[in-house]
Design a protein around this ligand. Structure first.
Ligand SMILES: Cc1cc2nc3c(=O)[nH]c(=O)nc-3n(C[C@H](O)[C@H](O)[C@H](O)COP(=O)(O)O)c2cc1C
Length: 203
């Protein structure tokens, strides 16, 4: 079973969450986690101005995803930073290149799930996840969230991401915060949960 984790990360927060999702996937027997990035659409000049060049070096080893890899996957878990309460443009551009998959119904019946990151606590994590789900539904995918069985999303003794719609992390307005143990646990839970559902669907 191939569980594709495809994401965009500018400063590394979504990348770190993607690694935790992959760890969760790998806990399921027979499930292989495949980490991929979507292509960058910004110029080097813009990336430099945004301070993204150095952080992106740590992700350079992750191969760029092709549309064919979506077709080959048994389930797909998408990761995107919040941009104005929505998915980032790089992810949108990548998804807009999947018209042929839609036409052939290639993704119909596959599990699809989303995780995210935002600068602020209420800066649009839920709207990013829920609006992303619309694309998954158009593709005929089975939308998988983060069930309350992951009890860490109910804690309020510390600031934390995570909702029934998917795992998330709060990066801070300067990107100074790293994903917390609780947020990484949510990401692992989501990865494992999707892989278990994919296993049931393949039976
Ligand atoms: C153009 C742009 C729009 C953004 N919009 C939001 C937003 O609506 N809410 C928010 O909390 N953070 C917003 N952010 C901050 C990013 O979500 C944050 O940098 C990201 O989650 C960090 O993840 P990364 O390290 O994987 O790139 C925005 C950042 C940029 C560059």
């Amino acid at each position: 079973m191939k569980i594709l984790i495809v994401y965009y990360s500018m400063y590394g927060h979504v990348h770190r969450m993607a690694q935790a999702v992959a760890e969760g996937v790998s806990e399921v027997q027979g499930a292989e986690a495949i980490l991929r990035r979507v292509p960058e659409t910004l110029s080097q000049e813009v990336l430099e101005k945004m301070g993204a060049v150095d952080p992106q070096k740590s992700m350079a080893g992750v191969p760029v995803c092709s549309v064919d890899e979506l077709a080959a996957a048994d389930a797909i878990i998408f990761g995107t930073p919040t941009r104005f309460g929505n998915m980032c443009g790089q992810m949108r551009q990548f998804l807009d290149g999947t018209g042929q998959l839609w036409l052939k119904g290639t993704l119909v019946g596959k599990a699809g799930s989303v995780f995210t990151s935002s600068a602020t606590q209420h800066g649009g994590q839920e709207s990013t996840l829920l609006s992303f789900h619309i694309t998954l539904l158009h593709q005929g995918m089975i939308v998988v969230g983060l069930p309350y069985a992951f009890a860490g999303q109910m804690r309020n003794d510390e600031i934390t991401g995570g909702s029934p719609y998917g795992a998330s992390t709060i990066a801070g307005t300067k990107g100074e915060r790293s994903p917390s143990d609780n947020e990484l646990a949510a990401a692992r839970f989501q990865g494992k949960h999707v892989a278990e559902i994919a296993a049931k669907l393949s039976r």
